[in-house]
Design a protein around this ligand. Structure first.
Ligand code: 5AD
Ligand code: SF4
Length: 434
């Protein structure tokens, strides 16, 4: 009988892909069956995020809980970014943890799984040409890491510390991986990187010369691949050539994440983001001009050290001007190994909380207007999931979640859907062609 694996994934899309890689590697060693019942698992893995403080605090209470409810002899492993930055300390604080595996050491899962108190957290390790086994949660949509690590030094962000320097994966390997996924039924690929449009900056062993625009052109030649998405790009690297490729390449989905962080040029400088409010607005205007159908999403941090009322008004102003279709907003959270955690002008939590709710309230109004205007619109929807009650779910080219009545026959198909009902988070529609 195969062993059972319970795996919890927190954080970003790269963690989701790391989880798939761990499952694939484990399965190459011996068969594992995934379970959602903790008490049945032989192996429990928590794939952690450390970008904000909350999930880190949650980790230790969760380990305690898992330890109490796990079956006798089951192992607990901690993987991901918190594993990278706390390392051995995790085992010191929670001796019930059997192994610790850093975000840049995923390929070593089979080496640590049977070694009591193994810790593998090196951030110099180069996995960029490692041939991971095959495992995809959803066969219709393939996530593919195109680079690992991050070379930026945004003063709020712990990621360069947990994932190390940036290394790109050679483009031929990417083409091979995507072609394989397409052959197994994926029409859509999601290219992943912490700073995805900085692709090609550095390779581990090859001396290839290619940038992100070149990679998009190369990947779009793959036959049978119909949709390309990517996350997360950096506004600084959104040059004209890249935006023109984004707008004109029919395989690239018209949804783009442009993480603002703050609308204030002074704060952007303190964050070491490398662009100004004007540059950000100029890039968004360029996207809207070249590609009016594109949706723009963003990340915003409020309450960054030194944020004045007028800095915050700059953020509100950018929201007003760009009208982001999606906004992920966070209260600044001081993180270890980051410059901003040492800044003296930290913001009072109540002020940050009040600004966050003001920002979210205004965004909700904008989102409602955007979604209300969707009534009657026809979208090409790629269906990839079935939901209870004879419903199928998919994404429009511009990234909206759409539900229709339907079953298996829709899966893996791109179909015209007319929107009949709107809400803030999703749309309902009817299939108008097959
Ligand atoms: N505090 C709050 N939000 C943060 N992010 C990254 N670091 C922090 C932090 N210290 C946010 C940024 C980033 C997103 C993934 O998480 O907005 O784009
Ligand atoms: Fe963090 Fe900045 Fe790198 Fe994004 S680009 S992962 S925010 S350091």
């Amino acid at each position: 009988m195969s062993k059972k694996l319970f795996i919890e994934t927190l954080g970003c899309a790269m963690n989701v892909r790391d989880t798939e890689h761990m499952i694939a590697e484990l399965n190459q060693k011996e068969p594992y069956e995934l379970t959602e019942e903790l008490s049945q698992a032989d192996l429990i893995i928590i794939n952690t995020c450390s970008v904000r403080e909350k999930p880190v605090a949650k980790l230790f209470s969760e380990i305690g809980l898992f330890n109490k409810h796990k079956k006798e002899g089951a192992k607990i492993g901690v993987a991901g970014c918190t594993a990278s930055h706390l390392g051995e300390e995790i085992i010191k604080r929670a001796p019930s943890v059997d192994f610790v595996l850093g975000a840049r050491n995923v390929s070593k899962i089979t080496q640590v799984v049977d070694k009591k108190h193994a810790v593998e957290v090196s951030t110099d390790y180069d996995e960029s040409t490692y041939a991971f086994g095959e495992y995809r949660t959803n066969p219709f949509k393939a996530m593919v890491n195109i680079s690992i690590g991050c070379d930026k030094s945004c003063t709020f962000c712990i990621v360069p510390h947990t994932r190390g320097d940036e290394i790109s994966i050679p483009s031929d390997l990417l083409v091979q991986e995507i072609t394989k996924a397409v052959d197994s039924g994926a029409k859509e690929v999601m290219l992943l990187g912490q700073n995805v449009n900085n692709y090609g900056r550095r390779f581990g062993s090859s001396d290839e010369k290619i940038d992100f625009t070149g990679l998009l052109q190369k990947i779009s030649k793959i036959e049978g691949l119909e949709r390309i998405r990517f996350t997360s790009p950096h506004p600084l690297h959104m040059d004209d050539a890249f935006l023109e490729e984004f707008a004109s390449n029919p395989k690239i989905c018209k949804q783009i994440h442009v993480p603002l962080q703050s609308g204030s040029t002074a704060l952007l400088k303190a964050m070491k983001r490398g662009y100004s409010k004007e540059w950000f607005l100029n890039r968004c205007e360029k996207i809207r001009t070249l590609c009016p159908e594109a949706t723009i999403s963003t990340d915003i941090i409020v309450g960054f050290p030194g944020e004045s009322e007028s800095d915050f008004e700059d953020t509100m102003d950018v929201l007003e001007k760009v009208r982001f279709e999606q906004m992920f907003s966070f209260k600044y959270s001081p993180r270890p190994y980051t410059e901003a955690a040492e800044f003296e002008n930290q913001i009072d939590d109540a002020i940050a909380g009040e600004r966050l709710s003001r920002l979210q309230k205004r965004h909700t109004q904008i989102l409602d207007e955007i979604m209300d205007a969707q009534l009657g619109v026809v979208h090409k929807v790629y269906f990839d999931e079935l939901k209870p009650g004879n419903r199928a779910a998919g994404r429009s080219d511009d990234g909206k979640l759409v539900f229709v009545e339907g079953s298996e026959e829709l899966l893996g198909k791109i179909v015209d859907v007319q929107i009949t009902k709107t809400s803030r988070g999703a749309l309902d529609g009817v299939v108008i062609t097959e």
